[in-house]
Design a protein around this ligand. Structure first.
Ligand code: ZN
Length: 307
């Protein structure tokens, strides 16, 4: 081929490549937060480009969307959200972005729990939260099965040509979730019943408590409402001492200072960081949901059996 014919054939070759790419274009999916994006990646595999609006180590409760988030949504085919009021900022963002794609609510049909009114432990007193539906469904792998089924059927409806891929990937992930559930039950079973008590920053672990029988208490409620009062903190400190709880945890999404104060004033130690509402970055200990749950449970078990 001489130089001239090479140049002439180039645009034609590029044109063909463009058409081929279009025929198998990846689905563009935006998930509201990092844990949900991980579920979506498991189900979609290589068939989609998945981005999360609220990234690793970020707090979805207090998230403030940026113009780049509206741009990500405007170009997306599908948006996947948790629902149950977790992403209070999302409806407005979807409207302002001009998003015209399909919407999947991952928690549709999940049996939810009401959160107790909170404000620093049990025993009455002033409450900051009036309770409400707890959005942290992902802390129970049993309920995550439903979330993953919703994602798989939603993607299949949005992208019929790849329905069998989503079904196959979804089933493989469901099996790994069932395996995780069995492993967690086995870990918790090694902790004497009277010691299954954990103190953490906010009420993110109610579904874990429901499934595995571990008692979680926190100074802040399910939606990270107002700061607890001094009286609320004092009550929690008395509980930690009375029940001989040795370790308190901070969370990756929240300021550790309140928990450090609780530890200092109750005589407990800091147990490190739990991943409550967000994954870690790729180089951290919880870059996927499965890794996050195993990491959290190992830390929780160590804390509960500590002498
Ligand atoms: Zn939360």
């Amino acid at each position: 081929m001489n130089r001239r014919s090479l140049l002439l054939s180039l645009p034609a070759a590029l044109g063909c490549a463009g058409l081929a790419a279009h025929a198998q274009a990846k689905l563009k999916i935006v998930a509201s937060f990092s844990i949900l994006a991980d579920f979506v990646r498991e189900v979609a595999g290589d068939a989609a480009e998945v981005t999360a609006l609220v990234g690793p180590d970020q707090d979805a409760h207090s998230f403030e969307p940026a113009p780049s988030d509206a741009r990500a949504l405007s170009g997306a085919d599908v948006v996947v959200l948790n629902g149950l009021g977790f992403e209070g900022w999302l409806d407005r963002l979807v409207r302002s972005s001009g998003f015209k794609g399909k919407r999947i609510v991952a928690t549709d049909g999940v049996k939810t729990r009401r959160s107790a009114a909170t404000g620093g432990g049990r025993g009455g007193g002033h409450n900051h939260s009036h309770g409400g539906t707890d959005p942290h469904v992902w802390q129970d792998p049993g309920r995550v099965l439903t979330m993953v089924r919703n994602i798989a059927s939603g993607l299949a409806a949005a992208d019929v040509g790849r329905a069998s891929i989503y079904a196959r990937n979804g089933d493989a992930y469901l099996a790994r979730l069932a395996e995780l559930d069995g492993w967690i039950s086995g870990q918790i079973a090694t902790v004497p019943a009277g010691r299954r008590k954990i103190i953490t920053s906010h009420d993110a672990f109610g579904y874990f408590e429901d499934r595995y029988g571990v008692d979680f208490r926190a100074p802040r409620g399910v939606n990270m409402e107002a700061e607890p009062s001094a009286a609320d903190l004092a009550r929690l400190i008395r509980e930690i001492r009375r029940e001989k709880i040795k370790i308190v945890f901070m969370e990756n999404i929240s300021d550790p200072r309140m928990m450090e104060q609780l530890a200092r004033e109750s005589g407990a130690q800091m147990g490190g960081r739990l991943y409550s509402d967000a994954l870690s970055r790729a180089d951290g200990p919880a870059p996927t949901y499965l890794a996050m749950m195993r990491y959290n449970v190992a830390r929780l078990r160590d804390a509960m059996i500590a002498e």
